[in-house]
Design a protein around this ligand. Structure first.
Ligand code: NAP
Length: 311
């Protein structure tokens, strides 16, 4: 196993072998980007426990991760899974207790749960905003509190997958931004305490991620259709990133970058990189920065004239 007793990143830490036999808990590791991250960790020789809500999803993800481990010749490696809804009280503690019992500890925790949406905020029922906070923030709270001490003792990593929506508020994505920016604030608060105990905290803010529809039977490109109709938004709002002009990120490359950022003990990873510069620019020059942001985003809202024509 790699030596985690130093804050400095050695040459050894920068090789995938760093993850060999590390015990990793992956919340949301049964689908989408969490599954890509889990498969990458299995290829690098980590022992993983995957958490998702659907039993079929957990079984399928275990099989995919085992294949990945076998292909990489990590035949002795074990892949575990558990169904849990981390939005329910008590589930975070149950998941961590199960992980400690099965894996004998936990060196790193990856939180990959989140729920994007499309809406117009002025007409949105307050309950929908509550739901976004539950799906994007509350699912992280109990499980993080339960696992943090063990991970910090191992000088391991607490990794949270947020989104560019945690940095920018863009048309039709305000409710998602509320959920992700509250997750980002939670992560900063966790960082202040966890780093004192020796843990590393990484906040990942990616733009839209490309998906492989053949390899991901549960992936749907139509997930925003009904919301766009319900909120009277333009069709462009259905697109990844709400129609922002951004190239889709390669999921495997992003997973590798996340693991590299862990080994460097970096505080944040923002992709694409230019989004980080834009966030800084908006902070320094609020009007200019927003003008630049508007150039990259879609006009997802219909004008009053269009709405009248449609009604
Ligand atoms: N997709 C993108 O383009 C994109 C872009 C930027 C950021 N992100 C962020 O990246 C992360 C992954 O996104 P994704 O689109 O790849 O996700 P996804 O395909 O929707 O998968 C979400 C995973 O989380 C699990 N999950 C959801 N709610 C849960 C709950 N209450 N309790 C336990 N497990 C739960 C799901 O399990 P079940 O399937 O069993 O429910 C699944 O394993 C999210 O945080 C998302 O906000 C995504």
């Amino acid at each position: 196993m790699a030596d985690h007793n130093s804050d400095r990143c050695t040459k050894d830490d920068l090789s995938p072998g760093y993850w060999y036999q590390q015990r990793c808990l992956i919340a949301g590791g049964t689908n989408g980007f969490g599954l890509i991250l889990a498969k990458t960790l299995c290829r690098y020789g980590a022992t993983v426990m995957l958490i998702g809500r659907s039993a079929d999803g957990v079984r399928n993800a275990i099989a995919l991760c085992e294949t990945e481990a076998r292909t990489a010749n990590n035949s002795t490696q074990q892949v575990h899974g558990l169904t849990a809804d981390l939005n329910q009280p008590g589930e975070g503690e149950r998941v961590v207790a199960h992980c400690l019992q099965k894996l004998g500890g936990c060196d790193s925790f990856f939180f990959c749960i989140g729920q994007s949406s499309r809406s117009a905020i002025l007409n949105l029922p307050p309950n929908e905003i509550r739901r976004s906070i539950e799906a994007n923030l509350m699912t992280a709270v109990e499980v993080t509190q339960a696992v943090a001490e063990t991970v910090c003792r191992a000088r391991g990593h607490l990794v949270f997958i947020s989104s560019l929506a945690g940095k920018f508020v863009t048309p039709a994505m305000g409710n998602y931004a509320i959920g992700k920016s509250s997750l980002a604030a939670f992560v900063e608060a966790v960082r202040l305490e966890a780093e004192l105990l020796g843990g590393h905290v990484l906040l990942v803010s990616p733009g839209p991620i490309a998906r492989n529809i053949q390899k991901e039977p549960n992936c749907s490109f139509n997930r925003y259709d009904s919301e766009v109709v319900k909120h009277g938004l333009r069709d462009i709002a259905k697109q990844p990133g709400g129609g922002a002009s951004l190239r889709l990120l390669n999921a495997t490359r992003l997973a590798q970058e996340v693991l590299l950022a862990c080994r460097k003990r970096a505080p944040e990873l923002v992709r694409p990189k230019k989004a980080m510069l834009l966030a800084g620019f908006i902070a320094w020059f609020p009007s200019w920065g927003r003008k630049i942001l508007h150039r990259y985003t879609s006009n997802a809202y219909q004008s009053t004239d269009e709405k009248r024509l449609l009604s």
